[in-house]
Design a protein around this ligand. Structure first.
Ligand code: SF4
Length: 208
């Protein structure tokens, strides 16, 4: 089974999930969207009202800003990367997801990361950053740095909803974080390209 097939099976499994109380208030599970073999994975917090109705993450004003910044600073569309959330179902009244809900949903996100195997993970805001770095520090302290996370490099940045509210400096800092992510993706692709010919030249066992 390829990782793409496994990711689709995971999506189907998640679509009927009732592991936490958020199942009771959702219209549908918002699993994630994009290229299942993407180099870049964005991880946000959870679906809002528009995402819950559309079944896709980041489709409202925050999503439009994310689309614009990823095009301007990284040169990618949302179809070329992958976008997921910490929790896959909408918290009522847009409240924060509760710790129990985050832990219940975490295996889906960890499996998405394992199957997509991105070179770079950009966490959007406090919830995704704290979860994936297992840190109690907030996004203001953590952004501007990069972290190794398994085989990927993690770049923390603000949630676009915060940037919409804060504007100015926060927008400039998020742009800088995305430029940092672009450099990391470029470096990872270069390394992959350099390794590919070596792998082709390597002798095959059993073929003299
Ligand atoms: S938020 Fe996650 S764990 Fe909770 S019901 Fe939805 S898919 Fe299941």
């Amino acid at each position: 089974m390829t990782d793409t097939v496994a990711l689709e099976r995971l999506r189907v499994t998640a679509s009927t999930c009732t592991l936490c109380p958020l199942a009771g208030g959702r219209t549908q599970v918002v699993f994630g969207v994009g290229n299942p073999t993407a180099d870049l994975l964005f991880v946000g917090e959870g679906p809002g009202r528009e995402e819950d109705l559309a079944g896709e993450p980041f489709v409202g004003r925050s999503g439009k800003l994310l689309d614009r910044l990823m095009a301007e600073e990284i040169g990618l569309t949302r179809a070329e990367c992958y976008i997921a959330n910490v929790v896959k179902c909408r918290p009522p009244n847009n409240r924060d997801p509760a710790p129990r809900e985050i832990e219940s949903c975490r295996p889906y996100l960890e499996q998405q990361i394992a199957l997509i195997a991105p070179a770079v993970i950009v966490t959007l805001g406090n919830f995704a950053t704290k979860l994936l770095l297992e840190s109690s520090q907030g996004i203001r302290e953590l952004r501007g740095q990069t972290f190794e996370r398994g085989a990927a490099t993690l770049v923390p940045t603000y949630h676009p909803a915060y940037v919409l509210r804060a504007g100015g400096e926060a927008m400039a800092e998020m742009r800088a974080d995305l430029v940092r992510a672009k450099r990391l993706i470029t470096a990872a692709r270069r390394t992959q390209a350099e390794r590919a010919p070596q792998a082709e030249r390597a002798p095959q066992a059993g073929h003299p």
